[in-house]
Design a protein around this ligand. Structure first.
Ligand code: 5GP
Ligand code: ZN
Length: 115
């Protein structure tokens, strides 16, 4: 845990969140500023700052984020219509919280490419 990390505090239960999924390695909660009818953030319990900081030993943890994403999508009823699972890396791509998180977005038509 990184003591000054917002998402580590959510994992630890120190900051409330609308948690919708938990596994040994991942936690998911609703984005506080939802950009779609379904907008969840899937994060590893382990603090990893950016995609650039992922190490080979994190492969299973990263895979578990996608297992969470597909289960969230199925639960939300958006799996067949389609959804997006996207992770921003660093400020230039819009990352604002430096604990990696997979955005799971769906429930509306999503344009491509993102802005
Ligand atoms: P990023 O911009 O880093 O890709 O995404 C960060 C996301 O975290 C944003 O969509 C933002 O709305 C969300 N967020 C920031 N602070 C909080 C918070 O305290 N609680 C929740 N649930 N989401 C947050
Ligand atoms: Zn963290």
């Amino acid at each position: 845990m990184s003591s000054d990390c917002l998402f580590c505090k959510i994992v630890a239960g120190e900051i409330p969140a609308d948690v919708i999924y938990e596994s040994d390695t991942a936690v998911a909660f609703r984005d506080i500023n939802a950009q779609a009818p379904t907008h969840a953030l899937v994060i590893p319990r382990k603090h990893i700052s950016t995609i650039n900081d992922i190490e080979p030993e994190d492969q299973a943890v990263i895979g578990s984020l996608y297992i969470a994403a597909k289960e969230i999508a199925a639960e939300a009823g958006i799996a067949d219509d389609g959804y997006r699972a996207v992770m921003n890396c660093n400020e230039g791509a819009g990352q604002s919280v430096f604990h990696i998180h997979l955005h799971v977005l769906g429930g509306r038509t999503l344009s491509w490419p993102p802005g």
